[in-house]
Design a protein around this ligand. Structure first.
Ligand code: WTA
Length: 631
């Protein structure tokens, strides 16, 4: 039995009084091969930046997430897979999970993949995605999951950046009644980069695919040729577990690196504290394994805690807006954890899709990935949760590994949209422009003043970028790039990103990435991309595009440019608005005034502020008129 920890006050008090005892308790949730005697060795000083947790401990993450439960409760369900097609589902017991993970690990090993090798996963939401992650962990390989909504171009750049030797994929993925050509995308990516010597493909739809002899294998065939048992590698707590690419303010996504011991301990601790599941409960995080939420709260957190985790292949709106609630009734789901964008898209189809199903099994409803507007919060609480089920609005980031600020069940649910209080062990501050802490109520930049075990350790291959991005703006602190407000009760409200990152349907996107995709088109001279409020997606993608001399706008140009972005990044980044413009508002020194572009896209043109410092102030009216035509 894993020691559970569900009383925030007790843990917070222990942390204040004896931090090392608290952190030791967090580590003891795990099964270690060598129990760590060191807690942490951390410096946020940018000249000596290092972050280490439990560094002399050794363990295997897969043993924690699979073997210890397979021994104790082999026949209980580890993964409940719910297929895209309504009515299809499959239960995978802990014993079966163990069996499959060992097989996949042995397939990788048999083809020379081992400790420290990077393996790309480009997969649909099928149990094999979890097997692949855990198989890598078992043999000490480092996985990097790439979301299936990214293009071959984006996939290739990630393969190249991490120097992957193997790719695990499927013939096709299924989502909302449509298929995604995953293996064909892998082929297209591998035509551009070298180094990959193994492609393992799971058969999902049976679609004819192209195979390269000596490189490509079917999973169902390869698994027949390997032994059933696979010993676990003994890993240091600080050995890398995975790399996950995420967007920042600059064009190139960063490979966020998480390590084994601290990451798993934090995922396990927060999953327990926030969702309070017991063995036998059915816990459903409806994210995709391509994002950090899928890593920490579909795979690692719940499995480490021995909780039945749902993997859902489909989408909330197909075949209709009742999908979540139908499955909750069918499988007696106890926890649902999803993004505000999903909640908003279900809300608009009316309450009857929810109320016709029995949701009495629900104990906790979670929200993640973007600010939840009070209207969506109330609907989630009152309609989905019958006014009884607590909402946990969890704030965190790819970089933080697990949740840092959130209410927990049992807290008074009186503040729709507040992330409320930091988890025990987490020290936040709000800083003003001069890096001075704001005491009491106020608005500022959200920073973490000290480390926690789930913190990312570096940007893969570019430690300087890690330092520059997170530890330079406010020396001595980890800067989140989010703004926040503290109210009179000390509760924290996240106000959103203060950099050029936007949040589209809960997917994090760098505006610079979309800009570089647009300028790759032959007709485009310059592009500026901003987010604007979107009823369902939270933020939409608004692109201002300047054409090269000799090119004029034509009927299909918008379509071509959208296609260009889909090719360079993928369907997740498809622009909502493309406004062809004669120029951009720039200062005399040539800097684009994004603040003005954001206001125009938002339709907030009465509050543009001072435009007199612009090189060509008259461009603003032209852009405003153009924007009205787009709305
Ligand atoms: C935003 C997703 C408000 C925030 C786990 C953060 C949120 C970014 C919340 C990270 C929340 C995440 N309330 N905003 N509950 N959760 N965000 O890396 O701006 O995909 O910086 O991690 O999402 O996005 P990421």
């Amino acid at each position: 039995m894993i020691k559970t920890s569900r009383d925030r006050m007790t843990d917070a008090a222990l942390f204040e009084e004896a931090p090392d005892v608290f952190w030791k308790g967090v580590a003891e949730r795990l099964k270690w091969m060598t129990l760590p005697s060191e807690i942490s060795d951390v410096s946020f000083d940018k000249d000596d930046l290092h972050i280490r947790w439990y560094a002399d401990g050794t363990l295997n993450v897969a043993e924690n997430c699979v073997d210890r439960h397979a021994e104790a409760r082999p026949d209980d369900t580890a993964i409940l897979w719910i297929g895209d097609e309504p009515g299809t589902s499959k239960e995978i017991s802990w014993r079966e999970l163990h069996h499959e993970v060992c097989h996949m690990a042995n397939v990788l090993k048999a083809r020379g993949v081992g400790r420290g090798d990077r393996v790309i996963l480009y997969m649909p939401m099928i149990p094999e995605a979890a097997y692949a992650m855990l198989a890598c962990a078992r043999i000490g390989a480092v996985h990097s999951v790439v979301f299936g909504g990214f293009s071959p171009e984006a996939l290739a750049s990630r393969i190249e950046d991490c120097g992957a030797v193997a790719v695990i994929t499927a013939d096709e993925g299924r989502r909302g009644g449509k298929t995604v050509p995953l293996k064909a995308n892998v082929d297209a990516a591998l035509a551009r980069v070298s180094g990959v010597r193994l492609v393992l493909t799971v058969q999902v739809t049976g679609k004819d695919i192209h195979f390269v002899h000596g490189r490509d294998y079917w999973w169902h065939e390869a698994r027949e040729e390997v032994p059933t048992d696979c010993p676990t590698e003994e890993m240091s707590a600080e050995d890398p577990l995975f790399i996950l690419y995420t967007s920042g303010s600059t064009g190139k996504p960063k490979g966020v690196l998480h390590t084994s011991g601290g990451y798993l301990a934090w995922a396990s601790y927060t999953h327990d504290m926030i969702f309070q599941c017991d063995p036998g409960d059915v816990y459903w995080c409806a994210a995709d394994v391509g994002w950090i939420t899928g890593h920490s709260y579909i795979v690692y957190g719940p499995l480490a805690n021995g909780i039945t985790t749902v993997m859902f292949e489909g989408v909330p709106t197909w075949p209709d807006a009742g999908r979540f609630w139908a499955e909750i009734e069918r499988h007696k789901v106890n926890v649902l954890y999803t993004a505000p964008t999903a909640i908003r898209s279900l809300m608009k189809d009316g309450d009857s899709f929810v109320t016709k199903y029995d949701r009495s099994s629900l104990k906790v409803l979670g929200s993640v990935g973007e600010p939840i507007n009070p209207e969506a919060w109330r609907w989630y609480h009152e309609v989905a949760g019958d006014g009884k089920v607590p909402i946990v609005d969890t704030w965190w980031q790819t970089e933080t590994g697990g949740v840092l600020i959130s209410p927990i069940p049992g807290d008074p649910m009186t503040k729709p949209g507040a992330a409320t209080k930091p988890m025990p062990g987490i020290k936040t501050a709000l800083l003003d422009q001069d890096a001075k802490p704001i005491e009491g109520a106020g608005n500022g930049s959200l920073v973490l003043t000290s480390s926690w075990p789930g913190q990312m350790r570096t940007v893969y291959g570019d430690h300087q970028r890690f330092i520059d991005t997170y530890f330079s703006a406010f020396p001595g602190n980890y800067f989140t790039s989010d703004g926040a407000r503290r109210d009179e009760d000390g509760d924290i409200w996240i106000t959103g990103r203060v950099d050029d990152v936007i949040n589209v349907s809960g997917h994090r996107m760098g505006t610079a990435e979309v800009e570089s995709a647009l300028v790759a088109h032959e007709a485009v001279a310059e592009a500026a991309v901003v987010g604007y409020p979107h009823d369902i997606k939270g933020q939409g993608i608004w692109c201002y595009v300047i054409l090269k001399a000799g090119h004029t706008s034509h009927d299909s140009l918008g379509k071509e440019l959208r296609q260009q972005v889909r090719t360079e990044i993928g369907p997740v980044a498809t622009p909502d608005v493309i406004q062809i413009a004669p120029g951009l508002p720039k200062t005399r020194s040539g800097k684009i005034m994004r603040r003005i572009l954001r206001k125009i896209a938002e339709g907030e043109t009465s509050s543009l502020g001072d435009t007199s410092t612009l090189a060509e102030p008259e461009i603003v009216d032209v852009l405003i008129r153009g924007a009205e035509g787009e709305r």
